[in-house]
Ligand binder design. Structure first.
Ligand SMILES: [Zn+2]
Ligand SMILES: [Zn+2]
Length: 411
């Protein structure tokens, strides 16, 4: 079989990998947009012949998880090519697209953990659940022509599902080639904090404030759970913004804090949603009105998940004396702080009594120590992608092979 990186061999996000069997069956792994910056729209057709333009030349597309830099361009895939997505990742992607006015590809095929998918009686793909900041992320084992390739997708082992990592590698066993994410290679630390460390840190911090505003990704379910635990431990109501509540309720998993099955979780409906169409409101807003009761914040002890678009709401709380001793917890990648929208938001908060900003975060990606564990698979070649410093991987692992963009590697 042959491997090729069509995009993203030297950047974090937006990676597209092609695998072709000797018989000519062609699959793609991940089709994401480049991570956004302030000036450029990153969601354009990648113009890949036979995949997103022209006549069909590919047999299937497999998506590792619901982050935009992995799934964001699937609506461009030609209609007659199957796109495989894990069902919960599909729900998250669909909601994200709806709330951000993006086109959704409705026709996808389900991909379930440990169930083999056979393409043209030739390539076999098996997804394995992996710990990452996007719920139910997969790593993919691809088998063809008597060879095995593992595509890790984005992963880590310091989160809630981290303990599954080594047993999963053991189950997969030796492979010929690994294609691994290497996000942390350009970052300083060698070992990251665990999600349990986050809970501990949050409990200590929440105890010092009456109102805690949280800025985090709504699809980072583990983090929602961590902050909910800290809110409970410090006797605060937990309030999700309505987008987050749409995500947590739709997943239908009782252990995930959501207003439908938790009587101490509420929903905040941002004022700007009042301008949405009746159709949108009927489906995504009105069902949450019953969870947005006043009592969620009147005792002035609450944890509220916010978005940079919610300044008007924060102003309203401030004017009603619901912000008296508050801080903002920043729980996202540090780099987003450089975005104009984020800078403005943080500046505006000061007007409304929130001038303390505290970082409580841990990466969604494998630290260097965890990347080292890939050696257990005894691969003959390990190819780093999803990194801006791929050459650093050889300081951690043997057999690193730096595959250039569009270079073909015969496995
Ligand atoms: Zn990614
Ligand atoms: Zn990711």
């Amino acid at each position: 079989m042959k491997l090729k990186i069509l995009k993203g061999s030297n950047q974090i996000g937006g990676c597209i990998t092609e695998i072709v069997s000797n018989k000519g069956t062609k699959i793609i792994i991940d089709l994401g947009e480049d991570l956004p910056d302030d000036n450029v729209s990153k969601c354009e057709n990648p113009n890949i012949d036979g995949l997103t333009i022209g006549a069909k030349k590919y047999d299937a597309v497999f998506i590792t998880h619901s982050h935009g830099d992995h799934i964001g361009l699937i609506n461009y895939v030609l209609d007659d090519i199957d796109v495989y997505v894990e069902p919960i990742s599909k729900i998250i992607y669909s909601l994200l697209s709806t709330f951000t006015h993006k086109k959704i590809r409705f026709k996808t095929k389900d991909m379930n953990f440990k169930e083999k998918i056979v393409i043209n009686d030739d390539i076999v793909v098996t997804p394995y659940i992996v710990d990452h900041s996007s719920y139910n992320s997969s790593m993919l084992l691809i088998e063809a022509d008597g060879k095995k390739v593992l595509h890790t997708g984005d992963f880590r082992n310091h989160g809630v599902k981290g303990k599954l990592f080594l047993p999963t590698l053991k189950e997969i066993g030796p492979v010929d080639v690994i294609i691994t994410e290497g996000t942390s290679l350009s970052r300083g630390d060698t070992k990251y904090k665990t999600e349990d460390d986050i809970v501990k840190e949050a409990k200590e911090l929440f105890a010092k404030y009456d109102q805690v505003f949280i800025l985090q990704s709504s699809t980072n379910i583990d983090r929602i759970r961590s902050f909910y635990k800290a809110a409970k431990a410090t006797n605060k109501n937990f309030i999700e913004d309505v987008f987050t509540s749409n995500v947590t309720v739709s997943l239908k998993i009782d252990s995930i804090p959501n207003p439908k099955s938790f009587n101490d979780v509420y929903t905040w409906i941002p004022r700007r949603y009042l301008n949405k169409s009746l159709r949108f409101k009927t489906k995504y807003i009105f069902p949450f009105l019953k969870y947005s009761k006043q009592k969620s914040y009147v005792n002035n002890k609450y944890v509220l998940m916010v978005k940079t678009s919610m300044i008007e709401d924060i102003e309203k709380l401030y004017n009603k004396n619901h912000i008296t001793n508050a801080c903002l917890v920043y729980s996202m990648w540090e780099g987003y702080k450089e975005k104009v929208e984020m800078k403005n938001f943080i500046k505006e908060l000061k007007k409304y009594g929130i001038s303390t900003i505290i970082d409580i975060h841990t990466s969604g990606h494998a630290d260097k120590k965890t990347l080292g564990l890939l050696s257990t698979l005894k691969a003959k070649k390990i190819i780093p992608i999803h990194t801006s410093k791929k050459e650093e991987l050889s300081n951690i692992l043997d057999n690193v092979y730096l595959l250039a963009l569009n270079e073909i590697l015969e496995v």
